[in-house]
Design a protein around this ligand. Sequence first.
Ligand code: G3H
Ligand code: ZN
Length: 285
Amino acid sequence: MPLVSSKSLLDSAFRENYALGAFNANNLEYVQGIVEGARAEASPVIIQASPGAIAYLGIDYIAAIVKVAAESVPIPVVLHLDHGKDLDIVAECVKKGFTSVMFDGSAYDFEENVRLTREAVDIAHRKGVPCEGELGKVPSSDRNWTREELEKLMTSPEEAREFVSRTGVDSLAVSVGSVHQMKEKAAELDIDRIRAIRSQVHVPLVLHGSSGVSDESLARAVKAGICKVNIATLLNMAFSRAVKDTFAREPEEIDPRKILGPARDAVASVVAERIRLLGSSRKAG
Ligand code: G3H
Ligand code: ZN
């Protein structure tokens, strides 16, 4: 079916208390693997492109590939801009047919984050595209973070309420203990904080840095109110491992289809497994 907006999909997840997987794509095989994993589970799915992936692939290529992928399956597929750090990329993605965007103003202080996010929401809404904002900071795993340090970066429920009402965001990314790019599922989320934010904020909540969260914590976070779960590193690890395994078995292999085909299958299998954990199987409608 044609690409769809994330708005009604996330609102359904919010009402029915499950989460959608939002999977980062870096090339054609990722897009095909993500769509195949979601199709196998009859689940809606969000395919997201970071500014880095857009720079690597070219915005027209990623928009075209995901559009074709969506049209090839009977499940709802969203094309989402992940971590848009300036208003220009938000405007460009909206213009190129993305059906959902994120403006990430988490590097700014509260007032500047509100001001810029409000502008991003206006740009997106003028074209009927929903916009995700972020409050609090989800750091990268470039070093070890202590619990005390992470707590200082976490989202305040009261500020979240003010942020959502002043910006008009359609969904809110929160910092609740996850860290981007972790290669082990070792992070435990602050579930009480998710519940507290959920009680103050009436838009779907988004979790970033989900690859490093333990399965049990992730399942509890969804029950507590997380409706969109961003996953990148798990796919990168599965893709790379499959390529390495192929070369370990066949060091002289040069056929790209035999190198990248198993990596595509590995992406599909991680996507299907995450979707089962998040509870969106058979929600394709
Ligand atoms: O925005 C993308 C995500 O937050 C991905 O995080 O690489 O830790 O899964 P991850
Ligand atoms: Zn993220």
